[in-house]
Design a protein around this ligand. Sequence first.
Ligand SMILES: [Ca+2]
Length: 233
Amino acid sequence: MKKVVLLVLCVGLAASAAQAALLSEDWETGTDGWVDYGAGPFAALDNTKNTTPGGTWSLKTADTATNYTNAKDWNFAVETGKNWYVQWEMYDTGSSREYMQVQSYAGTTLQQLVAFGTYNGTSGGSFYYARVAVGGGNWMLTDIPRTNNTWHTFRVEQDDATGKITFSVDGDEWTATTTAVFGATKLRVGSGLGNASHGAYYDDIEFGIVPEPTVAVLLGLGGLLFARRRRMA
Ligand SMILES: [Ca+2]
């Protein structure tokens, strides 16, 4: 019995480590580790909107029509696991193009690019857009209603077993599939394209790995055994 509990607890610990976010950013201590994309204008810290409890700062993309700049990149040291998720808060002011991008490169070859946010709808467009650039539908209009000038919780999650990608805003889900399932090598905050001079605010970004179902089940089992042992003690 003891051995089983120990084994399950060990697996549980491993799963906890796997669950840990690879990246967590609330912009309260600067932009260390992030790299500006392009030649400017650049996204910059801003204290007029913020969603972090007790915090001050969010990242604001510049109001601009300039392409191929105005985004911040996080480069992962190695390609992440394929069961990734990314969650963030975004406050859109009526942009034509503002979104989060999960990019995957093999050397200089783009293997995949998944994006979610506003696209081709100045001051509106009624719904958010999702992109699966490789092995999917490229830009797709979701059925998730778009509302500007307020914070929303965006999330994208990839299931590596099925190729299903779940996009959601405040829990309202829309799904797509891809045949090109890869881990991330880069996270890009912002479209890097003109936003019709309506920049967006980004805050509380988290990127991590969803534990495999078997590990999650063992985790639950570990919890049950632990509870049982506590009762027995
Ligand atoms: Ca913040």
